[in-house]
Every structure is written in structure tokens, then in C-alpha cells.
Design a protein around this ligand. Structure first.
Ligand code: FCB
Length: 449
């Protein structure tokens, strides 16, 4: 299997899912702190108030990462830990936390890959209209500057937004995630537009202020389609479907990626949403389309697609016998072949898989260890497909497994375990699972043997 020599093997986490609440250390609350208090919002009424207590245990967690032999660690910064009200006064204690983390990572030989926003939007800014307020883009740019000024002498890899599709659609349309809004489509599109503007403004700030040569990208959801068979017709159908906007559905790739990489909203999307488009100012698209160094994508699953009898793409439903993870996500390893391939063909940037992994029902066995053969099998299969994409000429720059630790899985609470390392939430003890040793072997071999 052919991964490039300088390939970054890493793991990914997010601030609210592992750190424990910012409120304890001079930070301010985020929309997730608010949302977790809402009755029925989170399974078992849980929250990220403590999570993996990484804010206190970060040294041990970096030691675990060193043992894994990681080349990169993708983590996010809590905006309201750094700037409690979202704008204005800085919480130095919060900024110091990330400063020390970066130093420790570098000392362990691990490149820090920083995500500026992984969903924990400052509560105070939410009260000022949140992403509905166009000023969000400026607020985000100002926050970015604070972080970049402090960390960019050592951090070279930046991602602006994690999965805008999720925090916009789940957070503002279906209400399943924070801030739990169920807005009408025109307002959802407005939120989406402002988030893309925030991305563009943040890239400008990173380029202008970074003290080292910055590598910048972002980490959208890869809404991937794979051909149901290897026929040319099905391949073409999958590719066409993966890059279209239909049924006013915002779960797509192009509405989010074409502006960022190509500088315009896709034609079919503009037709779909014609009656409900937000105000788009003349220079907005130029602001959104900033030069990026890599194409990040979080890919866990996707849809199978074939050419229908009328020649148009049609999805092929999964069946009861489709293998699934604990979250019921279908296990479809070929998404890590077709996703990178189709994205590379359309956008032409080196691909980084910014997240991939699976939730399994991991338990501590009588021998005190955590055996997770399903996760090993899952990763093995997906990585083989990624290797196949590399062999077929897709430029790949990195792969970040989700996640280092079992952590707070948003509305699912703690019952979904995604980690290479088991978290015993009662004691905060960490137990590396069998998959951790397996992944360390992959990193040593630069691929699956
Ligand atoms: C992604 C999120 C990440 C984690 C994984 C399982 O959508 O970016 O925070 O919850 O799913």
C-alpha cells in the first residue's frame, strides 16, 4: 500500500468533547453548555462539563499520543475558553492552556493541527444573534487573530471550521444539536452563508498574521457517493450525484465546497434555493474563496448510487444485512476510495482525511484490557481503500482517526465510544484498546501491512 513518505498519521479530537467545561478556568459558556441543560436534548441528560477532563489530564494524554507514535494531532480550540464573551477580553489562562499543549506536542514529535471552530460557539454571541448575525464573520476573524498571534510561531497547520453542514443543519434546522434551533430555510441559508464568510475571513487572518508558513484548510463533512458497481455508468452516476444539490437538501458537498474552492455557489443549488437565498454582497464570494493548501474531509460513511433506468443517478438503499457501527452508520470502506478520488478530481487539492472511525460497544474485559476487533477491522478496511486511492494517483497528505479517546459524543452523550483509548469516566483512567497498538503499527509501517 502506497502512502507518501511525508504522510501525516494522526488522531482527532474536539474541545467540548474532551476538555471539560471552560467555565471552570476563566472561560465562558458555549452554546453546548446551554444546550446540555435543555431537558431531553442529550441522552441520559449528560453534558461535556467534565468529559475526559483533558483540561487537567492533557499531559498524560500527550504521553499516550507519544506512545502511539503519532505524527499529527488534530484538536480544536474552545473560542469561549480563550475569549469568554466571544469578543473583547481574553482569558489568558485559556490561551496558556493551548500554548502549553502545543509545546508538549512538539516536544513529543507530534505536529499540532489546530481547528479553530468545532461547534462550541460562545453563548454570549449566540445571544447577539449567533450565526444569524453577519458580524459572526468578524467576531470569528478577531478570535482567529488572537489564537494565531499566540500560536503561529509553532503551529503550521490550521483548519477553520469543522463540518459546517453539521452545526448549521443539525444546530439550526433540525434542532438536534446546539443551539437547538429549528429555523426556516431562508434563515438556515443565511447562517450557512455567514459561516462560509467566517471561514474566508479567518483564512485571511491566518495568511496575514502567521509567523511561519501556514498550511490552511477546513474540515467539512464529506458527503460521499460510491458507485454501486464498477460500471462506467454507475461511476458517472455516483460522481454526478455527489456534486449535485437536489430537493433543497443542504446535506451536500457543493453548496459548502464550491464557494470555498471555486468561488461560487453551484448553479443547481442557486436554482433550488432561488426563492430563499440570503443577501450575498458583491465581494462575499471573493472573501469566501481564499487559497487553501489542503482539502480536509470527515468521511465515515456515504451512499451507494447507480445509474437509474432513466439514466439519472439513484441511491441504492442499504439493507438489514449491511454491516453497521454502534451508531448504525453503514460500514462502507470504499467511501475512502471514491470520496478522496472524486474530491481530488473536482477540487485538485491534496486530500487530508480529517476524521474517520467508528463507535463500538467497547467494554473492559476480565483481563483488564479492551479488545476491539471490530474497530481494527473497520480501520483496516477503510485504510486499504485510502491506500488504493493513493495508488490511483490521488494526492494524499494525511489521515486523522477519530478519536484518541472515548469522549462526549454530542447528543448521544457517552454511550458511543469512538476512541483508540478507552475512557473510564468514573476515574478518568485511560486504557489503550487493542486498536491503539494496531494503529501504532500502521504508523510505523506507513500503511497497513
Ligand atoms: C463528526 C464530528 C466529531 C465526532 C464524530 C463522530 O461528525 O465532527 O466531533 O462527533 O462525528
Amino acid at each position: 500500500m502506497s502512502f507518501p513518505g511525508n504522510f501525516t498519521w494522526g488522531v482527532a479530537t474536539a474541545s467540548y468533547q474532551i476538555e471539560g467545561s471552560p467555565v471552570h478556568a476563566g472561560g465562558g459558556p458555549s452554546v453546548w453548555d446551554l444546550f446540555c441543560r435543555r431537558e431531553g436534548a442529550i441522552v441520559n441528560g449528560e453534558s461535556g462539563a467534565v468529559a475526559c477532563d483533558h483540561y487537567r489530564d492533557w499531559r498524560d494524554d500527550v504521553a499516550l499520543m507519544r506512545e502511539l507514535g503519532l505524527k499529527g494531532y488534530r484538536f480544536s480550540i474552545s473560542w469561549s475558553r480563550v475569549i469568554p464573551n466571544g469578543t473583547g477580553a481574553i482569558n489568558q489562562q485559556g490561551l496558556d492552556f493551548y500554548d502549553r499543549l502545543v509545546d508538549a506536542l512538539l516536544e513529543a514529535g507530534i505536529q499540532p493541527w489546530v481547528t479553530l471552530f468545532h461547534w462550541d460557539y460562545p453563548a454570549e454571541l449566540y445571544y447577539r444573534g449567533g450565526w444569524l448575525n453577519r458580524a459572526s464573520a468578524d467576531w470569528f476573524a478577531d478570535y482567529t487573530q488572537v489564537v494565531v498571534d499566540r500560536l503561529s510561531d509553532r503551529v503550521q497547520h490550521w483548519m477553520t471550521l469543522n463540518e459546517p453542514q453539521c452545526f448549521v443543519i443539525l444546530g439550526h434546522q433540525s434542532g438536534y444539536h446546539a443551539p437547538g434551533l429549528k429555523l426556516d430555510l431562508p434563515d438556515v441559508l443565511r447562517v450557512a452563508h455567514h459561516s462560509l464568510l467566517a471561514h474566508g475571513r479567518a483564512v485571511q487572518v491566518i495568511r496575514a498574521r502567521s509567523k511561519t508558513a501556514a498550511q490552511v484548510g477546513f474540515a467539512p463533512v464529506g458527503t460521499v457517493k460510491s458507485p454501486a458497481t464498477d460500471t462506467a455508468a454507475d461511476i458517472a452516476a455516483a460522481q454526478q450525484s455527489m456534486f449535485s444539490v437536489t430537493n433543497r437538501n443542504l446535506w451536500n458537498s457543493t453548496w459548502w465546497l464550491d464557494p470555498v474552492f471555486l468561488g461560487s455557489y453551484p448553479e443547481d443549488g442557486l436554482r433550488e434555493f432561488a426563492a430563499v437565498l440570503p443577501a450575498i454582497r458583491s465581494d462575499d464570494m471573493a472573501t469566501i474563496q481564499q487559497p487553501l493548501d489542503f482539502f480536509g474531509a470527515n468521511i465515515y460513511h456515504g451512499e451507494l448510487c447507480r445509474a437509474g433506468t432513466d439514466g439519472q443517478p439513484e441511491d441504492v438503499p442499504y439493507t438489514g444485512s449491511t454491516p453497521r457501527t454502534l451508531l448504525h452508520w453503514p460500514v462502507v470502506p470504499q467511501m475512502l476510495y471514491w470520496g478522496p478520488k472524486f474530491y481530488f478530481e473536482r477540487y485538485g487539492k491534496p486530500i487530508v482525511i480529517t476524521e474517520n472511525g467508528c463507535a463500538q460497544a467497547d467494554v473492559v474485559s476480565l483481563d483488564g484490557r479492551v479488545h476491539d476487533p471490530q474497530r481494527i477491522d473497520f480501520l483496516n478496511r477503510y485504510l486499504r481503500e485510502l491506500g488504493r486511492a493513493a495508488a490511483d494517483g490521488v494526492t494524499l497528505a494525511g489521515y486523522f482517526q477519530w478519536s484518541l479517546l472515548d469522549n462526549f459524543e454530542w447528543a448521544e452523550g457517552y454511550r458511543q465510544r469512538f476512541g483508540l483509548v478507552y475512557t473510564d469516566y468514573a476515574t478518568q483512567r485511560r486504557i489503550p484498546k487493542d486498536s491503539a497498538a494496531w494503529y501504532a503499527g500502521v504508523i510505523r509501517a506507513n500503511g497497513v501491512e
